[in-house]
Design a protein around this ligand. Structure first.
Ligand SMILES: Cc1ncc(COP(=O)(O)O)c(C=O)c1O
Length: 385
């Protein structure tokens, strides 16, 4: 909970804006990297979670690599000073110019998601006179037990190449002389809170890696993606995700010999470090008795509730009222799904009060849009308050 003092300072900024807790980001990175180094695990930050330049600068200080999902994300990472040799690039639909750029930059691996893509990378690598390192993104058909909107590793998903297809195309893949398959990649979904899912994932990966090796692929690394969830319900109880538990599970169950093991964490690195601060514009009650609080943020600043039905904890940080009421918190966009949450218990909330929408550091700002010609939200950093 933000102190009264901080809340008073926040009144000086134009709302809505993202407030980033820089100290928490550092603690999160320290926790992550100290445990990862014990196991010699390689960590990539999934830059799609948040591109904020100041956050990237801090993340880079900890020696983290990058996982990107487009040519522009790759450019953003390179311009922020990340080492291309620590960058992987996944994505089901890479454009030719994006692949060319990745080849030029000499990144660690292009994580290919279809046989056609492997052919295209091979062709473009040939044109560039290079042999390009790639990883096969395999669809492992695992249920990550998360919101269906953010699962990515089930058989019918658009992501990755089906394992069966890889097996049937081994000779074809091996005939591509301008690519070298150095890695195997999976990413099964996001906001995974049931950690036993990672055990299932390891069992699948073990079998796939053993088979690919037998088939003659000389894999140097296994990239098991991201996906570790955060506590949206009670963020104060778990500001730093439980990296130790996930790594312990992976250490115990993943059997990939001397190959290096990579992770691509997004949400778990930045999710709890950001909150969206918004001001109450109006109160009104619908004919059905629903008490609405209309705030100056909307799905254009934070789309997750409207897009996925995701939950974010909301608090009034300036009200001094004792009595609490139940409110529906809605935004300014011309969309009926632009609702942050219903039945939110808040102290009596009035025009001008500041609300915080918590755990919004990941997939908040990076998914913001200018729909209704809204301005993009600004950013305020805790160490400058
Ligand atoms: C390929 C890939 N890697 C990593 C991530 C990061 O996932 P998370 O933010 O859940 O850690 C994503 C998220 O969509 C992804 O698609």
């Amino acid at each position: 909970m933000l102190s009264r003092q901080i809340a008073a300072k926040l009144q000086e900024y134009e709302t809505p804006f993202y407030l980033y807790d820089v100290a928490l980001l550092r603690q999160t990175l320290e926790s992550l990297m100290s445990i990862a180094s014990k196991y010699d695990y390689k960590i990539h930050y999934a830059i799609k979670a948040n591109y904020d330049a100041r956050l990237l600068q801090i993340i880079r200080e900890y020696g983290v690599g990058i996982d990107c999902a487009s040519g522009n994300e790759l450019r953003c990472a390179i311009e922020a000073g990340f080492d291309p040799k620590q960058i992987v690039y996944a994505g089901v639909g890479k454009r030719d110019k994006e692949i060319r750029y990745a080849i030029e930059q000499g990144i660690l691996a292009i994580n290919c998601e279809s046989i056609e893509e492997l052919h295209l990378v091979n062709e473009l690598a040939g044109e560039a006179g290079r042999v390009v390192s790639v990883a096969l993104r395999v669809n492992p058909d695992i249920d990550p037990k998360t919101n269906h909107c953010i699962d990515t590793g089930q058989a019918d998903s658009k992501f990755g190449i089906s394992y069966e297809e890889i097996l049937s195309q081994v000779d074809d893949i091996k005939s591509l002389m301008n690519i070298q398959v150095i890695g195997m990649h999976i990413h099964i979904g996001s906001q995974i809170r049931e950690l036993h899912v990672f055990e299932n994932m390891c069992n699948k990966v073990n079998a796939i890696v053993a088979n690919l090796t037998q088939l003659g692929f000389e894999l140097e690394f296994v990239d098991v993606g991201g996906g570790l969830g955060i506590n949206y319900d009670m963020p104060e109880n778990e500001p730093i995700p439980n990296f130790a538990s996930v790594f312990a599970i992976i250490k115990q169950h993943l059997k990939v010999g001397a190959r290096s093991v990579h992770f691509e964490f997004g949400r778990s690195i930045v999710g709890q470090c950001g909150e969206l601060i918004t001001k109450v514009l109006f109160n009104k009650t619908t004919a059905t008795g629903r008490r609405l609080v209309i705030v100056d943020a909307s799905m254009t600043e934070l789309i997750r509730p409207a897009l996925y039905g995701s939950y974010h904890n909301i608090e009034n940080i300036t009200s001094e009222e004792e009595q609490r009421l139940k409110y529906t918190i809605v935004g300014t966009a011309c969309e009926s799904t632009d609702v942050f949450d219903e039945n939110v218990s808040l102290p009596i909330t009035k025009r001008g009060d500041l609300l915080t929408i918590k755990s919004a550091g990941a997939y908040g700002m990076s998914m913001a849009s200018c729909y209704n010609q809204h301005d993009l939200p600004g950013a305020v950093y805790s160490d400058t308050l």
